[in-house]
Ligand binder design. Structure first.
Ligand code: URA
Length: 457
């Protein structure tokens, strides 16, 4: 198996605990197995606390193919745990700069794989891609490819590892030599036609493309052979081609972006046409360090006008329920599963329409990116659209409400949407639903952090 951050940590933790200095540790490694040795066997020491920012950086650096990465990580971990607690804030430090440089190369490699993996048909309803990443980045892209190609069976083979999706589970496997991947087949032609359809000569920047993918790797891309002829196409086809582009929110989400970069990027999203109907997407708002994120369905009429979530009638019910549950609105982060208002025009009125499943999934990558940027420990889903987006399956609120479930490393609870309370014609039932909402929200009254409060659109 490949070396991972966890392999390194299992070895490094006791060494750090026993204060073994970096010069006492040999880090030998090959691509097949982790091999670490200590000059003299040190006794195990007490566990040491490593800051989360280091762990996040180290997880990325661990994917780098540089065999020296383990030694470099240990050196920085040792310095952090031996008096230089805030070392990572010192950008000019050589060790820190080297780790950050490696992390950037890994991030770039992850992004490049998303652009350049091409599947070929390999038997009935099976697709295979062979790809050579520079670093150990395949599994970091697993959920990206599941999101994008979840409805087909596929395998991505690389020289050091492979991943296979069978419509249900994602499995990791060993690396595969190029000779085992399909050579030429019917899909190759299809890819060329596909690339021809989406190819936009207005954007042809050969130099930029070479910078993304070294020429030596272009051999893996059937469409690369079509580029010279495509480049000669008339500008008249540009518009036609732009319109032929497949649309997914993933195409608009910059990799590893901050909360504010995501908020800005969503304004250019045209993965569906909802954002064009109203005043554009309404991004989430609240405490960016919140422990609790509350996800609604979609902005309503007033939210669309104000550019802020939960400011209309449903927002007022939510505010009241939060206050009764002992939760300050400024201490949580509020957002929606679908970022734009879906409505039907009747005269001067804009009537709310429920989002379809397809619209929830199209917008889902934005919510996922937002969750990754805010990193709440707990997520509360108001109503079934929010629950479907967060949990990735259909949910019946009456059956599942009020219990914390684990999902994607976070605790998730589903409850009624305030609009379901407002819409109910029976005042007694309204009161009952409202009490359940307050009870469920009360469960999130955990150590809600302070932090910077973000603004709406
Ligand atoms: N309903 C929602 O789900 N979200 C809002 O922002 C407003 C109403």
């Amino acid at each position: 198996m490949l070396e991972t951050y966890d392999d390194w940590r299992a070895f490094a933790s006791p060494l750090l605990g026993s204060k073994t200095p970096p010069r006492e540790v040999y880090w030998e490694s090959d691509q097949q197995a982790p091999l670490f040795r200590v000059r003299s066997q040190a006794p195990d020491g007490p566990a040491v606390m490593i800051p989360k920012v280091f762990v996040a950086l180290a997880r990325t650096v661990a994917r780098h193919s540089n065999p020296d990465r383990w030694r470099m990580l240990y050196r920085v971990a040792w310095r952090i745990t031996n008096g230089e607690r805030n070392l990572l804030e010192v950008d000019v430090d050589d060790d820190v700069a080297a780790l950050r440089h490696m992390a950037r190369a890994v991030d770039k490699d992850i992004y490049r794989m998303r652009q350049f993996v091409r599947f070929r048909k390999a038997g009935e309803e099976r697709f295979i891609a062979w790809y050579e990443p520079e670093h150990n980045t395949l599994d970091a892209n697993g959920s990206f490819f599941v999101d994008r190609f979840g409805s087909m069976r596929w395998a991505i083979l690389t020289p050091r590892a492979s991943l296979a999706w069978d419509l249900d589970r994602l499995e990791s496997g060993p690396g595969v030599p190029r000779s085992h991947a399909p050579q030429d087949d019917e899909l190759e032609e299809l890819w060329r036609v596909y690339y021809g359809a989406i190819f936009n000569p207005a954007r042809l920047k050969l130099r930029a493309m070479q910078a993304q993918l070294p020429l030596s790797r272009w051999k893996n891309l059937p469409e690369a052979r079509a580029i010279p002829s495509l480049a000669r196409l008339s500008q008249g086809r540009v518009q036609q081609m732009v319109e032929a582009q497949p649309r997914s929110a993933l195409d608009f989400i910059p990799l590893n972006s901050s909360w504010s970069e995501l908020r800005d990027a969503i304004r250019n999203c045209s993965a569906c046409d909802l954002c064009r109907r109203g005043n554009g997407p309404v991004w989430g708002e609240g405490d960016l360090l919140a422990q609790v994120m509350i996800v609604g369905e979609q902005p309503g009429d007033e939210e669309d006008l104000a550019g802020r979530p939960f400011v209309g009638p449903a927002g007022q019910v939510l505010d009241r329920a939060l206050a009764q549950a002992g939760i300050e609105r400024q201490r949580v982060y509020l957002t929606n599963a679908v970022k734009a208002f879906k409505f039907e025009e009747r005269g001067k009125r804009r009537i709310h329409q429920n989002p379809r499943s397809g619209e929830i999934s199209t917008c889902r990558p934005w919510l996922r990116a937002e969750i990754e940027a805010v990193r709440p420990a707990r997520i509360i889903c108001l109503g079934s659209s929010a629950a479907q987006s967060v949990l990735g399956r259909k949910v019946q609120i009456a059956k599942e409400r009020g219990h914390w479930a684990a999902s994607g490393g976070r605790r998730v609870l589903v409850t009624y949407h305030p609009s379901a309370i407002l819409r109910n014609p029976d005042p007694a039932r309204q009161q009952q639903l409202y009490s359940m909402l307050v009870t469920d929200l009360s469960q999130a009254r955990v150590d809600l952090n302070g932090g910077s409060v973000a603004e709406g659109r």
